[in-house]
Write a protein that binds this ligand. Structure first.
Ligand code: QAP
Ligand code: CO
Length: 172
């Protein structure tokens, strides 16, 4: 097991659409395990491979500390099959540390993905789990939660974030 380095915005790897996984081997399972360890250490509830510099369609999610649900999920090549309802809740991101904002999302999603053995699974999620799936799948498409903000909120982000990041780097 190993802790991975989390890439921060504006690292260019966060903007690149990730490539589908087609080999389900021990290297993939090791990466997923290291991502889970990195997510729990942060602490966070979701982490996508581009956030650790790997442009592959893999993510880990565990919202069970804050909302009931299945526990740790390692999700490969996910696709949203159905989405319904709306919610507007505060989000953050381990790649955009220290900045939080409300984002409009679907309240319920049906997701098809492969597990670490390559088996196809279909899962329905709601509430925090649904938000986490949408947020993490966005990462695989090179989209960050700040890309969903209104122009006004986005300009607040552009003004505040460099200072937040500078403070964070001084702490290290
Ligand atoms: C994505 O986000 C998410 O700024 C995962 O200083 C967001 O785990 C899923 C975090 C909203 C569901 C709802 C962010 C930790 C963690 C920070 C995270 C920070 C420390 C974010
Ligand atoms: Co994120």
């Amino acid at each position: 097991m190993a802790l991975l380095q989390i890439r921060h915005y504006p690292d260019p790897v966060l903007k690149v659409p990730a490539v589908p996984v087609d080999v389900f081997d021990d290297q993939l399972r090791q990466l997923a395990a290291d991502m889970a360890e990195t997510m729990y250490a942060a602490p966070g509830v979701g982490l996508a491979a581009p956030q650790v510099g790997v442009s592959s369609r893999l993510l880990v999610i565990d919202c069970s500390a804050r909302d009931e649900g299945p526990g740790l999920l390692s999700v490969v090549n996910p696709e949203i099959l159905e989405a319904e309802g709306e919610l507007f809740d505060e989000e953050g991101c381990l790649s955009v540390p220290g900045f939080y904002a409300n984002v409009a999302r679907s309240a319920r999603v049906k997701v098809r993905f492969q597990d670490l053995q390559g088996e196809t699974r279909v899962l329905e999620a709601e509430g925090l789990w649904a938000v986490a799936f949408q947020h993490e799948i966005d990462h695989l498409d090179g989209i960050l939660f700040v890309d969903h903000l209104s122009p006004l909120k986005k300009s607040m982000f552009r003004k505040k974030y460099p200072k937040i990041l500078q403070q964070l780097e001084e702490q290290l």
